[in-house]
Design a protein around this ligand. Structure first.
Ligand code: ZN
Length: 78
């Protein structure tokens, strides 16, 4: 999985994971999460989790993949 940094209208930056739909299903089913603040993946995260504290950066930036998809924050490559 790749991730890219995008600029928000507010001028802040966030990370967006890039993956195909198969990878998306795998990540979601294996309770993987993603931190939009630092781009790290997290484990043991419910698919609909939002704003969990990230072990990497200590900020509430971790979201489950289904939640990211709902927010339009997953870039599907297929
Ligand atoms: Zn983080």
């Amino acid at each position: 999985m790749e991730a890219k940094m995008v600029a928000l209208k507010s001028g802040r930056m966030k990370w967006v994971p890039e993956m195909n739909s198969e990878e998306f299903m795998e990540m979601s089913e294996s309770y993987e999460g993603f931190c939009i603040i630092c781009g790290e993946t997290a484990s043991g995260v419910e698919p609909d989790a939002n704003e969990y504290i990230c072990e990497g950066c200590g900020q509430p930036g971790v979201y489950g993949y289904e939640e990211l998809m709902l927010m339009g924050d997953v870039e599907l490559t297929d």
